[in-house]
Design a binder for this molecule. Structure first.
Ligand code: PLP
Length: 417
């Protein structure tokens, strides 16, 4: 192996070695080469490592204390002492892992209790817990729809929804983002009967931070007699009088047949769920392959999730505190002249002029102790480079002032798109 062909980070893969491969190995190795070359720098967004956590939003990165404005811990519950205590107790009582699927010995009392808690929180007859939000979409959409059915989904939907559509065997097409007229047209023109059509959308689209037009879209779907599933991954804990999400906030729960969510954001752990209003959908858990054929959540995660959902339901003051901080932050950003993608909220994005400016800006923020996410195509809906921020109830006013101060210093670099 010649030194000249070794990649900057010292990886063992070489261009010369890749050239000798064929077929699948060559394709994968070539992509690896391209990635390694473009991501060689240790401060590349894909290589950032959090070395220590001091709170839900304070960490050490590259030896430097850093305030995190790029987590999904909207309510700071991943460090809540009650969630940690519940996890510790479950860990000592039940061990580290379930070691089996829910349909085998991985069906513990805690999983059933968590499902009852979620169903009661939503006022729905049934809830199914999955091991991630991604799997909740795969299992729910893939379990509901089958060959011969039609799925119509919002063009901005998350990758897990697209993969679920693929896995279902149904025909699937996207309607224009948040466009009830386009959905109406597609439902009118469909050759598949509406009773065999599933409409899928999100409550809060986390790339731009814009709300789903849940009520308007669900009204159109119901006019035609289609089923509606809303993914409230980011809306849970943030919107609605009891935190059930954008569907609740828009008064649209009666129009929605199933809600999918995740524990990996405001709940602070990992896992996902689907709540349904139809007793007929109880069979879903036996149709969902991502429920049947994977290990159930570890007991500590289950206990922590249940505690967190109780806190979300019973402590609206956390939501109010989050919103106060988010609105103060967004007002400050707008006053500095930055171009935001959507109305103020706990998650949103600032538009950059392109990749070079975006990466430079992202690095400057990091050097000044602020971490945000940088999103680039194809992860962004219309090809923009975005700096995505998220505000947490765990941020202090001083954290927000710090970020606004840095943005003010850097405002020269931020000519908006
Ligand atoms: C809308 C949406 N659905 C599903 C998921 C997947 O959730 P999880 O991280 O629990 O797999 C995400 C994650 O970002 C998401 O944004």
């Amino acid at each position: 192996m010649s030194d000249s062909t070794v990649h900057p980070e010292g990886g063992s893969q070489t261009v010369a070695a890749t050239a000798q491969l064929t077929g699948i190995l060559r394709r994968v190795a070539s992509l690896g080469d391209i990635l390694e070359r473009s991501v060689g720098d240790a401060t590349h967004p894909l290589k950032i490592q959090l070395e220590r956590f001091d709170s839900p939003v304070h960490a050490v990165i590259d030896g430097r204390p850093t305030t995190l404005f790029g987590t999904n811990s909207y309510l700071g519950l991943n460090f809540d002492p009650r969630c940690i205590a519940a996890a510790e107790t479950a860990l000592k009582t039940w061990g580290t892992g379930s070691t089996a699927s829910r349909v085998a010995s991985g069906n513990q009392a805690g999983h059933a209790e968590l499902e009852r808690t979620i169903a009661a929180y939503y006022g729905r007859p049934d809830a199914i817990v999955f091991s991630t939000g991604f799997m909740a979409n795969l299992g729910s959409i893939g379990g509901l729809a089958a060959e011969g059915d039609l799925i119509l989904y919002d063009a901005f939907c998350h990758a897990s929804i697209i993969d679920a559509c693929r896995a279902s065997g149904a025909t699937f097409k996207s309607f224009r983002h948040n466009d009830p007229a386009d959905l109406d047209r597609m439902l009118s023109e469909a050759t598949v009967p509406p009773s065999r059509t599933l409409v899928v959308l999100e409550g809060l689209y986390s790339v731009w931070g814009d709300l789903g037009a849940v009520k308007d879209l669900a009204t159109v779907a119901k006019k035609h007699g289609a089923l509606v599933l809303v993914d409230e991954a980011h809306g849970l804990g943030l919107y609605g009088p009891t935190g059930r999400g954008v569907t609740e906030a828009q008064g649209a729960e009666h129009l929605v047949d199933a809600v999918v969510g995740t524990f990996s954001k405001s709940v602070g752990v990992i896992g996902g769920y689907c709540v349904t209003s139809h007793p007929a959908l109880k069979a879903l858990r036996f149709l969902a392959r991502s429920y049947l054929y994977t290990a159930s959540l570890p007991p500590a995660v289950v206990a922590s999730a249940r505690t967190a959902i109780g806190i979300i339901a019973s402590e609206p003051e956390r939501r109010a505190d989050l919103w106060r901080k988010a609105e103060r932050f967004c007002a400050g950003v707008e006053a500095l002249g930055y171009s935001m993608c959507a109305a103020p909220g706990p998650v949103g994005a600032i538009k950059m002029r392109g990749l070079v400016q975006g990466l430079g800006f992202w690095r400057e923020l990091l050097e000044r102790g602020i971490y945000v996410n940088i999103l680039v195509p194809p992860a962004t809906p219309s090809g923009e480079v975005l700096l995505r921020y998220s505000v947490s109830a765990a941020h202090t006013d001083a954290d927000i002032d710090l970020f606004l101060g840095v943005l003010s210093d850097l405002s020269q670099m931020s000519q908006t798109a």
